[in-house]
Design a protein around this ligand. Structure first.
Ligand code: NAD
Ligand code: DAU
Length: 332
């Protein structure tokens, strides 16, 4: 491999992957990104122009996708509408990008015989009870709850069908909740960090008992690179770093690290259909590909993330008012 097409590479996890690839491989990267409200040119700032090229465009644009795919060695597909709360307000772009967009990419890689890696989420499996010792495995039945997760589940099924019916050389990965630099301020951790910076109390949905399995975006990137280079065609890999925490624990950790009283947050109304718990069993990834996470200390990773938001206000400031205006409409 020498050139990767990374869709959604100007978003949170995609941009972290592009930075990771530039730092750790000699691959060149073409980023295809629509630059929606969630995509930022600045997220690729500082990368060498001779190795990284940004093409502004839509993954559902079949002519553009065809032209780009024929010139690359592999496609790593991150582009998506990614936020559950937005999908509850307007599911339409989720169906268009997550399902139709993935279909357009699959048709192009089928035509050119191009290696394809599909990025997905643990949310396709639905949720687990708090007292259930089980974790998600690749055999867990699909049971998505929200418009977002159902469209991601639909895209996973398309990829699997294109592998089986057309022999497309694809792998899939389903990862748990990421945190780290360049995450949009609509998401839980950056929303609360930037609220505290602005002197606003963090907002916790419902009782705050919901559990997420946190992984640093760099660990997600190292896992995706391992799967891309050494994964078995047609296989699904679950990515997680044993980082289960409930939302109350996370908000208290943010407040404490930022020098506030750990009770200085407000409970707001719950998210409709709110998944209770996600947890990943990453045995296949660890045993088959020898992958290990580097960020095993959540408090340390969170501290670095808080520092990033403190030092990069110019990156997030323009997003903040619009994100909070959306939340104000739903009482969140
Ligand atoms: P994000 O919202 O930060 O970024 C998405 C990017 O996709 C943006 O740059 C946006 O401009 C681009 N995009 C959206 N629609 C597009 C289109 N039609 N054509 C081209 N580009 C388009 O999302 P993220 O949190 O970085 O998530 C990236 C991927 O990882 C998604 O597929 C998501 O389902 C998956 N994922 C996310 C998490 C998480 O914790 N955030 C966990 C597991 C999996
Ligand atoms: O599990 C992987 C998924 O993680 C990804 O597929 C999604 O793209 C990503 O957005 C994320 O989904 P969540 O819905 O879990 O993430 P979010 O950051 O929106 O919320 C995390 C938890 O925090 C969730 O239980 C809802 C809660 N929450 C969220 C916000 C924005 C709050 O309590 N208060 C808030 O203000």
């Amino acid at each position: 491999m020498c050139t990767l097409l990374v869709t959604g590479g100007a978003g949170f996890i995609g941009s972290n992957f592009v930075h990771f690839v530039v730092a750790n491989t000699d691959y060149d990267v073409v980023v295809l990104d629509k630059l929606t409200y969630a995509g930022h040119r600045e997220s690729l700032a500082g990368l060498p122009e001779e190795r990284v090229r940004l093409v502004e465009g839509d993954i559902a644009d079949a002519t553009l996708v065809d032209a780009l795919v024929q010139d690359v060695d592999a496609v790593v597909h991150y582009a998506a509408e990614s936020h559950n709360d937005n999908s509850l307000n307007d599911p339409s772009p989720f169906v268009q990008t997550n399902i139709i967009g993935t279909f357009v990419l699959l048709e192009a890689v089928r035509k050119y015989g191009t290696r394809f890696h599909h990025i997905s989420t643990d949310e396709v499996y639905g949720d687990l009870e708090l007292d259930d010792p089980a974790k998600f495995t690749p055999e867990t039945p699909y049971n998505p709850s929200s418009p977002y997760s159902s469209t991601k589940a639909g895209s996973d099924h398309l990829v699997r069908a294109w592998v089986r019916s057309f022999g497309v050389n694809a792998t899939l990965s389903n990862c748990s909740n990421n945190y780290g630099p360049r995450q949009h301020v609509e998401k839980f951790i950056p929303r609360q960090i930037t609220n505290v910076i602005d002197g606003v109390r963090p907002r916790l949905y419902g009782k705050g008992e919901n559990v997420r399995d946190w992984i640093h975006a760099d660990d997600h990137s190292s896992a995706v690179l391992a799967i891309l280079e050494r994964g078995q065609a047609g296989q699904t890999y679950l990515i997680g770093a044993d980082g289960e925490k409930n939302n109350l624990q996370v908000v208290r950790a943010i407040l404490t690290q930022m020098g506030q009283d750990s009770d200085a947050f407000d409970h707001v109304k719950d998210r409709p259909g709110h998944d209770m718990r996600y947890a990943i069993d990453a045995t296949r990834l660890r045993e088959e590909l020898g992958w290990e996470p580097k960020y095993t200390d959540f408090e340390a990773g969170l501290s670095a993330t808080i520092t990033w938001y403190r030092e990069n206000e110019s990156w997030w400031r323009a997003q903040k008012a619009a994100a909070e205006a959306k939340y104000a409409k739903t009482g969140h």
